[in-house]
Structures are given as C-alpha cells and as structure tokens.
Design a protein around this ligand. Sequence first.
Ligand SMILES: *[C@@H]1O[C@H](CO)[C@@H](O)[C@H](O)[C@H]1NC(C)=O
Ligand SMILES: *[C@@H]1O[C@H](CO)[C@@H](O)[C@H](O)[C@H]1NC(C)=O
Ligand SMILES: *[C@@H]1O[C@H](CO)[C@@H](O)[C@H](O)[C@H]1NC(C)=O
Ligand SMILES: *[C@@H]1O[C@H](CO)[C@@H](O)[C@H](O)[C@H]1NC(C)=O
Ligand SMILES: *[C@@H]1O[C@H](CO)[C@@H](O)[C@H](O)[C@H]1NC(C)=O
Length: 384
Amino acid sequence: MTVLTRAIAFFLLTVTAGVAAHGRPGRPGPRPGGPPPESWCSPARRSQRKPWQTLTDPQRDDYIRASLCLAEMPARHGIEGAKTLWDELHYAHIAQSAFIHFVGGFLPWHRYFLVAHETLLRGDCGYQGPMPYWDQTNDVSNLRGAAVFDPISGFGGDGVGPDLCIGDGPFVNLTLRFNEDLAFDEPYCLVRNMSECLFQGAAPSFVNDCLGAETYVDAWACLEKSPHISGHWGVGGTMSNTLLSPGDPIFFLHHGWLDRLWWEWQSKDLATRLTEVDGPNIIPTNATGPPPGQRRRRGMDWLRRRGGPPDDSTCPGTPLGGGPGAGLAHGGGTKNKAITDYFNDGGGILTTLNHTLWSAGIIPNATIAEVMDLHGPLVCADYV
Ligand SMILES: *[C@@H]1O[C@H](CO)[C@@H](O)[C@H](O)[C@H]1NC(C)=O
Ligand SMILES: *[C@@H]1O[C@H](CO)[C@@H](O)[C@H](O)[C@H]1NC(C)=O
Ligand SMILES: *[C@@H]1O[C@H](CO)[C@@H](O)[C@H](O)[C@H]1NC(C)=O
Ligand SMILES: *[C@@H]1O[C@H](CO)[C@@H](O)[C@H](O)[C@H]1NC(C)=O
Ligand SMILES: *[C@@H]1O[C@H](CO)[C@@H](O)[C@H](O)[C@H]1NC(C)=O
C-alpha cells in the first residue's frame, strides 16, 4: 500500500471510527455493569493472534495503517501532555515502570496492556484483522532480515546516522513525546540500534528452558530475561529503554510473542497455572538484594541465575538504556503517587490474584485474576 492509499484509508477510517464502537464483535470493550460471565468468550468471539509472518499483505497494511492512526488520533483519556492515543499508551507504561518490571505482575500486566492496545486499535482505528505477534524463532540468525523489519510491508529497519533514528518504513516520522520522567517538552524520534548478539536469547534453547519451568516464579523470571530482554536489547534504541520501549510499535508484537509463551507454559497445566501467580510486587531496591522483609523469591536473583543471553559482557557495546532496572529504583519512573499503593495485595509484598492492573484509564482497572485465562472475558483471545 502506498503512503497515499494509506492516507486515504486513514481518512476514511477516521471518519467512520465513531461507528466502529467499542465492544465490536470479537472484541470485549469496556462494559458498564461489570464483566460478562466466563462463558461469554466462546471460540467465535476470540480475537485471533497470529505471527506477523502469516498475515496477508492486506492484513499487514491494515495493521500498520491502524498503528499510524493511533499516533494521529487525539488523546482522550485526560493524560497531561499526551497529544495522541499513542502518547497515552506510552504514558501508561512509563508512569508505572517500576511496578511492572522485575515483579511477579510482569507477565499479567503486559497481557493486560496488550488488551488496552488492542482495544484502541480496534475501537478507535477500526482494525479488524488478527492481532500479530513477532515469532522470533526463525529470526535469531538474521535479525535485520526479519519480516517485521521490512521497510515496505513491515515496521522499517535499523537506526541510521548519529541519532540512530530509524531510516525507513512507515514510522520514520513517528513522534514520541514522553520522556523517562514523564516530561513532554522535547519530542523525539523512534530509535533502533540492532544487535544480533544481544538477540540470541530468542533462540529455541532458551525459550524451551523457560517452557520447562516448574513454577510461575521460574517461568516468569526465565521469560523476562530471555527471550524478553533479548528482544528489547536486540532491537535496541527505544526498545532497549525499560521505560520508553512501547514507543516502538514492534513492542506490541514482541510482547505478543512473550504472552504466547506464557500461555503455552500455562497450557501445560491449566488446572494449576490459571491461578498461579507469585513473586515480589515491588522491584528490589537494587540488584544485589530484595526489598526489606523479602526473604524468598527474589526477582532480580532469578533474572541473574536463569536463562542465557543477553549479557552485555559477552556482546560488544552497551545498549541504550543500560541494564535491566536502569532508572527503576524503587519508586523511580513515576510522578503518580496514586500508583504506589494500588497493588491491592492485602498489604503484602507478594503478588496475588487480587493485584490491581492499571492502564492510566485507557481501559478499566482489572485484577491479575481477570487476565490469567486467555479465554476469559477480558482477554478473550487465541494464539493460532
Ligand atoms: C515523512 O516526512 C517527510 C517530510 O515531511 C515526507 O516527505 C515523508 O513522505 C514522510 N514519510 C512517511 C512514511 O510518512
Ligand atoms: C542493596 O540491598 C541490600 C539488601 O537490601 C543492602 O544490604 C545493600 O546495602 C544495598 N546496596 C546498595 C548499593 O544500596
Ligand atoms: C549501538 O549498539 C552498539 C553495539 O551493540 C554499541 O556499541 C553502541 O554503543 C550503540 N550505540 C548507542 C548510541 O548506544
Ligand atoms: C484504578 O487504579 C488506579 C491506580 O491505582 C487508581 O488510582 C484508580 O482510582 C483506580 N480506578 C478505579 C475506578 O478503581
Ligand atoms: C482477594 O480479596 C478477597 C476479598 O477482598 C479475599 O477474600 C481473598 O482472600 C483475596 N485473595 C488473595 C489471593 O489474596
């Protein structure tokens, strides 16, 4: 699809977006009066999630069209400094980075965030196709050649020039606004700095190691390291920044893959794993010790011990954004004190099913319990 036809399609869909209301068939939107019963999510209602590689050209074009639409569509969730819906998604992640990474709620929160993104993509930008994810298995030895980075049918490629702003593809002009401290006075470009070396954690051996984990804490910690961090650092730039990474549209495809792996792990023993969650609910204050009182299940320790690469000591250079947890000292990365007591974990330091998930108002708050089942009414999706 040319830029012109994209622009026309965008215009038409902008005009008709009001008709494409929330709660369209196949998509559970916000529902006044509480969630529908579990049985609501029949197979026919499930949103299909597919590898990007298997989408048809028109589906890819439409997904990119809808993603560009999010970056044009005016903000409407009352977030100070946000101009577009893309900014609002960005904010929702940055504002609570210290509470959604290296904690037990990491996988559930990101599953919930995928729903927030999908809700906007479908409800505001008229996307009706399958939700794509980036199956990285076949791209391990050819990162730059991956279909997702195609300049025509994909998300464009590596950064270029001294600033490493991306040099091609539909998102070359994407403007990001929020900085790590939620300041929004200096818009910036989408940056990438690919490293095949740092990407090696996506290799099947590491993925299989995670899928073989016996407990939630093991599976979470393993997945969060490799393939999660390896995907972020392999793409580099914006993606390698723990706070700012959702500024890159590839973030949602990367996390789609990660979520698929968590679901695959859950599916090996649904009787147990539909309710199994654990781990600290606050990031350890530093990489060497757990928060006070936290004597078991140290998130950071697990991340260090389990999984393979990435490890900046085995790959040349240090990616932008530093190591895991950079800028994420306890309470860092947020100005919003409202979220420091939102966990609803009964005052405990361990993550429970009651833990609140928040998206800065993009979709209603939920609990971890509500996202555990991919076939529950909140997520209602299938990896196919
Ligand atoms: C980016 O902006 C430049 C300058 O306005 C324009 O020529 C180009 O077509 C734009 N590219 C895309 C993909 O929107
Ligand atoms: C890190 O945390 C541990 C345990 O809480 C503490 O003993 C240590 O002093 C901390 N180190 C730094 C550099 O803050
Ligand atoms: C880009 O990545 C390379 C290798 O991974 C690294 O040496 C370099 O410092 C990075 N550039 C920036 C600006 O971070
Ligand atoms: C949702 O969670 C946020 C963050 O804790 C909280 O400030 C807000 O009051 C909650 N909203 C509702 C409707 O409960
Ligand atoms: C969740 O909260 C309910 C009531 O608020 C309580 O009965 C239940 O024990 C809590 N569950 C967990 C896992 O903390």
